[in-house]
Design a protein around this ligand. Structure first.
Ligand code: NAG
Ligand code: NAG
Ligand code: NAG
Length: 484
């Protein structure tokens, strides 16, 4: 019911927006007839909102030469092996105090083939979990693009570390042995890895391992007392890759999903009321706040690199490409980020003021999180995107959301971005440097990092104390910065 009325509100909002935009255009075109004068018929604030700035920042040709040299070696796709593991955090420490934890979590002892076994891990004896106190025993997640959906791995490691004696962790969520004392029941299936690695069928007539695991998982859960108690409502399932859990999702839709977006889900199976949007793990390296190139050093105005899709969203990318390709201060190329390309993308984003996040075949992509890690102000052109932690992070302070219909107007986007004053950009950049740690996945987890933020989001969701107020701020952005 709520979803239906939400849809209705959304449609009527969109219609209102469309109407408003058409009216403004009508007014604007008449104002152009009146020669852009200050005594135009359009009220000044509205006029400014559309035209953005009368004195666009002009970036001269000589500034658009080669991207600046970076001081340290950019992160190369597969080297997360070192950079995501913080051995200096392995130190004697008191165990988590279960009375102070925000969440008590029961985790099923699923056989390793559902989790670390997918990484080739084989424990001794009847060992189900690796000993996380010993870094060398933790199997590493494959690097490259697999990493962007590795959320399942970081959450599981964090839970295991909550009961390990010598690890420093935030203790926001801790494992409990008795399910009846738990707030949440965690299902430790590495569904994205299962999809990425095992969804291909190699010989005819065979079923993929990914499908087999999903079928077994559904059967397992439906047979458990823990599931039957609330029909799965208190269960938490990570399905970050948009194609993960493709078969199982319709059977397990009562659970809380941890997702990248809702693009490939019907609203009755996944929606913002019960589910959590988690950030992708960025693939470019995280820029040190003290080492982040300044406004002047970022000589490219707008950066985009991504795949071309022939489906709906892909049209948007192509149209934008034709609108922007001839601009000197714009870097807009197609091509997937292969591991060699990660290095280039990292250099490109760190040399740019704004990084585009354009809807592709799904509303979300890791590009937004690569932009955040590069302190490149994200410009989001994806009307159906969901962003993580929007109830506690005000995205309008560090990102710009542009409705696709506006972005496709000739000249609109560049005018908007060139009109962002230096001081405004610096404000957003400073904010990016502050919030970037909230999007870091690492082990052991630290207070306020992505793992910790997800547990806090779960806590807010089950206690339903917060409403998503952040969403309403999205499109007020351009207005905000033009009023100074
Ligand atoms: C944890 O640290 C304490 C103090 O250094 C040490 O005595 C103990 O053996 C350690 N435990 C494990 C499991 O490493
Ligand atoms: C786990 O690893 C730590 C560190 O190497 C070690 O001290 C501890 O005894 C191990 N625990 C088990 C159960 O093997
Ligand atoms: C789990 O907790 C419940 C309620 O506190 C208790 O009745 C039950 O015996 C406990 N189960 C186990 C296995 O300890």
């Amino acid at each position: 019911m709520t979803t239906m009325s939400e849809k209705g509100v959304f449609i009527s909002r969109s219609l209102t927006l469309l109407f408003a935009v058409s009216m403004l255009f009508l007014m604007l075109s008449s104002s152009i007839l009146f020669q852009f004068g200050d005594n135009s018929v359009v009220p000044r604030s509205i006029y400014k909102l559309i035209v953005v700035s009368k004195t666009p920042v002009i970036i001269k040709d000589d500034q658009t030469s080669e991207p600046i040299e970076l001081k340290s070696t950019p992160f190369v796709g597969s080297s997360c092996k070192e950079s995501c593991f913080k051995s200096d955090l392995i130190k004697p420490t008191v165990s988590c105090d279960r009375n102070h934890a925000l969440l008590k979590i029961f985790m099923y002892d699923l056989p390793p083939e559902f989790h670390f076994g997918l990484l080739g891990w084989k424990g001794d004896r009847s060992q189900i979990w690796p000993n996380v106190s010993d870094l060398s025993e933790i199997p590493k997640y494959p690097g490259g693009l697999n990493l962007q959906h590795s959320i399942e791995y970081w959450l599981t490691l964090n839970l295991l570390s909550s009961t390990a004696p010598n690890l420093s962790t935030p203790c926001t969520a801790i494992l409990v042995k008795n399910a009846t004392r738990a707030d949440v029941i965690f299902v430790p299936f590495f569904s994205s890895l299962s999809y990425n690695r095992h969804s291909k069928i190699h010989s005819t007539g065979k079923t993929s391992l990914d499908k087999i695991l999903q079928e077994r998982l559904v059967k397992y859960l439906k047979g458990r007392d823990e599931w039957k108690r609330l029909g799965g409502k208190d269960h938490m399932i990570v399905a970050h890759h948009p194609n993960s859990m493709l078969l199982a999702r319709k059977h397990l839709g009562s659970a809380m999903f941890v997702l990248a977006d809702f693009g490939r889900y019907p609203a009755h199976i996944a929606n913002i009321d019960k589910d959590i949007i988690a950030p992708y793990k960025h693939v470019v390296r995280l820029v040190d706040a003290g080492d982040s190139p300044s406004f002047e050093d970022r000589r490219v105005l707008v950066y985009f690199q991504g795949a071309i899709y022939r489906k709906d969203g892909g049209m948007l990318r192509q149209k934008l490409y034709y609108l922007m390709k001839d601009e000197k201060d714009v870097h807009f190329t197609f091509g997937t980020v292969s591991s060699g390309g990660v290095r280039k993308a990292s250099r490109g984003m760190i040399s740019s003021k704004f990084c585009l996040n354009i809807a592709g075949d799904t509303p979300s992509s890791n590009r937004m999180f690569d932009a955040i890690a590069s302190h490149c102000v994200p410009v989001v052109i994806s009307d159906n995107i969901e962003v993580p932690f929007e109830d506690v992070l005000d995205y309008s302070k560090f990102a710009i959301f542009v409705p696709a219909s506006d972005a496709l107007k000739k000249g609109y986007l560049l005018k908007l971005l060139r009109g962002v004053q230096r001081e405004k950009w610096i404000e957003m950049w400073e904010r990016l440097k502050q919030i970037a740690p909230h999007f870091e996945y690492q082990f052991p987890s630290q207070s306020g990092d992505a793992v910790d933020m997800i547990w806090q989001a779960v806590y807010r969701k089950i206690s339903s104390v917060h409403k998503t107020v952040g969403r309403e701020n999205r499109y007020q952005m351009s207005q905000k910065f033009l009023t100074s």
